[in-house]
Design a protein around this ligand. Structure first.
Ligand SMILES: *[C@@H]1O[C@H](CO)[C@@H](O)[C@H](O)[C@H]1NC(C)=O
Ligand SMILES: *[C@@H]1O[C@H](CO)[C@@H](O)[C@H](O)[C@H]1NC(C)=O
Ligand SMILES: *[C@@H]1O[C@H](CO)[C@@H](O)[C@H](O)[C@H]1NC(C)=O
Ligand SMILES: *[C@@H]1O[C@H](CO)[C@@H](O)[C@H](O)[C@H]1NC(C)=O
Ligand SMILES: *[C@@H]1O[C@H](CO)[C@@H](O)[C@H](O)[C@H]1NC(C)=O
Ligand SMILES: *[C@@H]1O[C@H](CO)[C@@H](O)[C@H](O)[C@H]1NC(C)=O
Ligand SMILES: *[C@@H]1O[C@H](CO)[C@@H](O)[C@H](O)[C@H]1NC(C)=O
Ligand SMILES: *[C@@H]1O[C@H](CO)[C@@H](O)[C@H](O)[C@H]1NC(C)=O
Ligand SMILES: *[C@@H]1O[C@H](CO)[C@@H](O)[C@H](O)[C@H]1NC(C)=O
Ligand SMILES: CC(=O)N[C@H]1CO[C@H](CO)[C@@H](O)[C@@H]1O
Length: 807
């Protein structure tokens, strides 16, 4: 092996006698050298026994005297070089290099007259000696250091290499310094057994069981409670590099999430979704869990595990069946449900004591949400009944049977009232084959209407088992009804029905005929009785706030189209409320009466001859027939007095071209301007309103007239009265004054009757005189004018009287 710094060939190239062309020449050179040595040694050996001559005495200490061809000569001993006499110096055999001289892997050591070889470290001589001379065939061969036990230490493994060895660690061991191969003698490293140490910790996990931390040791992990491993692996192994594999286990907290939905159940209370948490359920109304709590558990797999229970609809059953009032059955539903209507089917079978067949079999459907339903059955008397009740909805229940023994029939009539005017009863089942005649006697009377009398009687024939009779009865009437059986033995029943007020309006199609008359239709199917109407009337005047008239009265009539004329004040708005006593539903109608001629105020009649006319005193007239608008003083020629029409000189002033012949208005006072008494002097040459009070002409006879005008609602009425007579006669100067008031009034009224005129501003007064009509739901109708007998109006202080005229 060529090692750095030891080049055995260098010397050979520079100093040697042989020129070598490379390494290939080395072996032949060595052979040559050996041959040479053999030749040299052979004569030396032979010369040892020869006698020493003179020459010989001169031989060098390291020379030997030899005889060659008779001549003695000194020849240097083997290993020495020189002339043999003076010079024999040591020959350096090693000068050609250790490899050349001693062979491969050697070191050459020169000695005086010789040399020896030593194997290089890691090699040994084949003669097993420390030194050797190569000529005996010894050479250096690789020393197997590995033969020495524990060369690499415990756990180490020796691998021999030429001239050396390498240490490796056996499986399960690792070199201390981590480098392989290692050389214990050089680097002091030894193998250490592999120990992975403490296995890694797993969050929320732990190690199960025993383990070794040596190579290949395995550790099993598990997750703590409440955690689960979401990987397949749960193990780690101690690897050859002395570390644990990274464990693949992953412990995740167990969360079950929202609890599962259980049909017809709801969760109770709060819950957590951690492992082991339990949620509780309860069944919704009407449902129950059969045999236990409804729970769900959060399992280690992170899922909720339901128990197999579930909510089933509660089965309802009939309990506590109980017979009362002989024919009525009451029971209880268990468990009850307020919100649910249940349908029942009731099966009735009746058997009479002396008969074998059923005399009565019936099926009855009945629906109720009551928790304690009751049903009264139509049961015959003297019969043994089996009543079977079962729920048919929402689910069929077990039927429940009850027996009812009805009392023996005494044949009496047990009549009951229904639908207010209907009667029903039950016939004796024994007589069911034959028809039965019942005699009815009906009498109706009214406490509030003395003359009301509704009597009827009839015979009622039936084969029905449960006869029913509905009667036509007047409303709000007290009826006694006697029912008697015609067949023997006679049974009778006495029934009282007080009919309620009619729910429908009895007054229909109400209309206003003329101002004060009303007509309507009586809405009632029967026609042989009288009806009482209650009237309530209010009168109001827009122009006279203090006017307040309110009257109530009753009217009784049997008419189907009653007509009523009312005594009403003129110029008044009326509200008429009419109610038929048997229904109590009012009808309200509005009426409006027109104004009539205003009344004449208290004035003094004056007759003057010759002398000037004294001042005339005017007093206010009452707003009795309508509001008074104005007062006018009229001057007209006396000759016209008998033919004068109250409206003839409507707005004629003194200056009108024919005023002297027809007369004129001398003064006008508006009603609102007159306080109490108004004095006026005729001919004072003043204007009153737009009228001029001109002086009277001498030698003329005049008639002075007071005209009172009432205007309201586009209607004008006026009254005229002769106030004074002025005569300018030469032969008579008689002056009439201060006549008694009573006689004057009598004269005034006479004059009024002959002169008053009704004046309508509008020609078509019929068309204008319509009243508004209010009736319940009735159409608006135009009244028709019909001649009616009507009493004349009295003075307002007189009490009003109303009457009606049935047609
Ligand atoms: C010496 O070593 C060389 C090269 O390493 C080799 O060629 C030669 O054969 C060796 N000689 C002997 C005697 O082993
Ligand atoms: C008469 O009939 C009614 C039901 O229709 C019943 O409640 C009552 O008990 C009966 N009275 C008699 C005496 O039978
Ligand atoms: C009783 O009144 C009800 C409801 O008003 C009606 O349906 C039924 O027909 C009436 N019965 C008779 C017998 O008139
Ligand atoms: C019914 O009978 C009773 C006495 O039995 C009698 O007083 C009454 O007037 C009768 N009623 C009628 C409507 O006949
Ligand atoms: C009912 O029948 C009886 C007997 O037949 C008879 O006397 C009576 O007049 C009848 N009554 C009526 C109202 O028909
Ligand atoms: C009656 O009522 C009508 C409408 O409200 C009104 O125009 C009229 O002046 C009233 N008449 C009287 C006399 O009050
Ligand atoms: C009409 O008269 C009836 C009975 O008197 C009363 O109940 C009702 O309130 C009156 N209606 C009006 C509008 O005055
Ligand atoms: C008065 O005047 C009217 C017109 O203003 C005339 O028609 C009439 O004839 C006159 N009368 C007299 C008597 O002059
Ligand atoms: C209304 O009719 C009655 C009777 O027919 C009659 O007396 C009265 O004068 C009439 N009223 C009017 C304003 O026409
Ligand atoms: C020192 C020495 O050379 N010792 C021995 C070497 O080996 C031979 C035989 O192989 C012995 O005879 C020598 O004594």
């Amino acid at each position: 092996m060529v090692r750095e710094g030891r080049d055995p060939w260098r010397g050979v190239y520079s100093n040697g006698p042989f020129l070598l062309q490379g390494q290939q020449g080395c072996f032949s050179l060595l052979l040559l050298l050996q041959l040479l040595l053999v030749q040299l040694l052979r004569p030396a050996g032979r010369a040892l026994g020869a006698p020493v001559s003179g020459v010989c005495a001169t031989c060098h200490v390291h020379a030997t005297c030899q005889q060659r061809d008779g001549k003695e000569s000194c020849i240097c001993n083997y290993g020495f070089v020189g002339n043999g006499i003076t010079q024999c110096h040591d020959k350096d055999e090693c000068q050609y290099g250790a490899t050349v001289v001693c062979g491969n892997k050697t070191s050459c050591h020169n000695t005086l007259g010789g040399f020896y070889c030593v194997c290089l470290e890691g090699y040994r001589a084949t003669n097993n000696n420390k030194t050797f001379i190569p000529n005996d065939g010894t050479f250096c061969t690789d020393l197997n250091e590995c033969e020495v036990p524990d060369t690499c230490g415990p756990g180490g493994q020796c691998i021999n290499t030429p001239g050396s060895y390498e240490c490796y660690c056996k499986n399960g061991y690792l070199p201390q310094n981590g480098i392989q191969p290692f050389y214990p003698t050089r680097d002091g490293t030894l193998c250490k057994e592999i120990d992975c140490g403490t296995p890694p910790e797993i969050p929320n996990g732990y190690i199960i069981g025993k383990y070794t931390s040596r190579l290949g040791g395995q550790v099993n992990y598990a997750c703590k409670e409440g955690f689960y491993n979401d990987q397949k692996e749960s193990m780690t192994t101690c690897t050859a590099d002395g570390t644990w594999e990274t464990p693949k286990i992953h412990c995740q907290e167990i969360k079950c999430g929202s609890p599962p939905v259980i049909q017809h159940a709801i969760l109770v209370g709060n819950y957590s979704s951690n492992l082991g948490s339990i949620v509780y359920y309860t069944c919704v109304d009407g449902f129950e869990s059969t045999g236990g709590n409804l729970t769900s558990l959060c399992t280690a797999e992170g899922i909720w595990k339901k128990n197999t229970l579930h909510c089933t609809e509660k089965k309802t059953s009939i309990t506590n069946v109980f017979v009362f009032n002989d024919t009525c059955v009451k029971w209880r539903v268990s468990p009850g449900r307020e919100d649910l209507k249940m349908a029942y089917l009731i099966h009735i079978q009746g058997q009479q004591r002396d008969r074998t067949e059923f005399v009565h079999e019936d099926l009855l459907n009945f629906t109720t949400s009551s928790q304690e339903p009751e049903v009264c059955l139509h049961l015959d008397q003297g019969t043994n009944y089996t009543v079977t009740i079962r729920i048919t909805f929402p689910r069929l229940s077990v039927p429940v049977t009850v027996r009812i023994q009805t009392a023996d029939d005494d044949g009496s009539l047990n009549v009951s009232i229904f639908n207010e005017t209907c009667l029903k009863w039950k016939r004796n089942p024994r007589d069911i084959a034959e028809k039965q005649i019942y005699q009815f006697q009906v009498l109706g009377q009214r406490q509030y209407q003395n003359n009301f009398y509704h009597e009827t009687s009839f015979n009622f024939t039936t084969r029905e088992r449960f006869p029913e009779v509905c009667l036509d009865l007047y409303p709000r009437t007290y009826y006694t009804i006697n029912i008697t059986t015609m067949a023997f033995p006679k049974h009778s029943a006495h029934i009282i029905i007080a009919t309620p007020r009619s729910v429908k309006q009895i007054i229909s199609n109400i209309s206003v005929l003329n101002e004060t008359c009303l007509r309507w239709k009586r809405n009632m199917k029967m026609d042989d009785s009288e009806e009482m109407y209650l009237f309530h009337i209010w009168g109001r005047r827009g122009y006279q706030k203090e006017f307040d008239q309110e009257v109530s009265f009753n009217l009784t009539t049997g008419s189907w189209a009653p007509e009523v004329c009312l005594e009403l004040y003129p110029g008044t708005n009326y509200t008429v409320n009419i109610t038929a006593a048997s229904s109590g539903l009012p009808v309200v109608v509005s009426l409006m009466t027109q104004i009539t001629e205003p009344p004449i105020p208290n004035i003094e009649f004056i007759a003057v001859q010759g002398d000037p006319l004294p001042a005339l005193s005017l007093r206010k007239a009452e707003d009795r027939n309508g509001p008074i608008s104005s007062y006018q003083v009229l001057v007209l020629p006396l000759a016209l007095q008998s033919k004068f029409l109250c409206d003839s000189i409507q707005n004629t002033t003194f200056f009108t071209n024919d005023s002297s012949t027809k007369g004129y208005v001398a003064a006008e006072f508006l009603a609102k301007d007159i306080t109490d008494v108004q004095e006026i002097s005729l001919g004072d040459r003043l204007y009153y309103g737009k009228f001029y009070n001109a002086p009277l002409k001498p030698r003329s006879d005049y008639c002075i007239i007071l005209r009172i005008t009432s205007e309201w609602n586009q209607v004008r009425r006026q009254s005229c009265v002769v106030w004074a007579e002025v005569k300018d006669s030469s032969f008579s100067l008689l002056q009439m004054m201060g006549v008694g008031l009573g006689s004057v009034v009598a004269v005034v009224i006479l004059v009024l009757l002959s002169f008053s005129v009704v004046w309508f501003l509008f020609q078509d007064h019929k068309g204008k005189r319509q009243s508004s009509l209010v009736s319940q739901g009735g159409p608006r109708e135009r009244s028709t004018i019909k001649k009616k007998k009507k009493k004349e109006l009295q003075t307002p202080s007189e009490k009003k009287a109303f009457f009606y005229t049935p047609t």
